[in-house]
Design a protein. Structure first.
Length: 243
């Protein structure tokens, strides 16, 4: 179960703000740190290169005001890292900073309770302004973000539900682990398959669902109920065409 969205808060001017930057690229950690300092020169900044690093820091550090999270990390896929932070630290505001600018991804992040969504293509000054906005209690979104009409989203969900029924039992098992953030190697171990077979399954899943990327599948299927894989054939072999 996804925890409820964090409480909105107002940063008290004059207090020292603490930030946790979670990104595995040192150059972007530096760039994001510079944007934070542009907004708040006296800010205290901590850095993590993975979700595990971030969880360790959060276990020993108190009073972090905002986490800035990259979606693409060595130990996280899609929103799995964000959800782990929310589950273990539900009151921690987390803003996503990502190179992924697909509007569906932005909408999903906000629906899951992100404090904001900041594209990596944003200039340092704009990032600083967005960070200031988040600290003041606003939800920061990309400049070109458009709220989707509810009916369009409902129609899209219904179409996807129909496509999900075309998946085999094994494909549903792979998809379930995929949306929970498992990497291919771990999916292979869980289902006792060859890793190459898992890759083939994912390719076939994306084709059947009409989705163009792994992240897109995680976003679109993340909050949906999957059909029961037991109602479909269970593929025990790990060679040949995915079942």
């Amino acid at each position: 179960m996804v925890p409820p969205p964090p409480m909105r808060w107002i940063y008290l001017e004059g207090a020292m703000a603490s930030f946790l930057i979670i990104d595995d690229h040192p150059l972007f950690r530096e760039a994001l740190g510079n944007a934070v300092r542009l907004a708040l020169p006296e800010a205290r900044i901590l850095e993590a290169m993975s979700i595990e690093d971030a969880l360790h820091i959060l276990s020993v550090e108190q009073g972090i005001d905002l986490a800035l999270l990259d979606l693409s990390l060595p130990d996280a896929t899609g929103f799995s890292g964000f959800l782990r932070l929310r589950e273990t630290h539900p009151r921690l505001p987390v803003a996503i900073v990502s190179s992924e600018e697909d509007q569906h991804v932005v909408r999903e992040a906000l629906a899951l309770g992100a404090a904001g969504y900041l594209p990596k293509s944003t200039s340092k000054r704009e990032l600083a302004q967005s960070i200031e906005g988040v600290l003041s209690g606003s939800v920061s979104v990309p400049k070109d973000f458009v709220v989707a009409p509810l009916r369009r989203r409902a129609d899209s969900d219904k179409a996807l539900e129909v496509k999900l029924r075309e998946l085999t039992g094994q494909q549903l098992r792979v998809l379930d682990l995929l949306r929970r953030g498992f990497p291919n190697r771990q999916i292979a171990q869980e289902l006792r398959l060859a890793e190459s077979t898992v890759k083939a399954h994912i390719t076939e899943i994306l084709r059947k669902l009409g989705l163009f990327s792994r992240n897109k599948a995680i976003v679109e299927v993340g909050k949906m109920d999957l059909p029961d894989p037991r109602s479909r054939p269970y593929a025990r072999v790990d060679r040949g065409r995915p079942q």
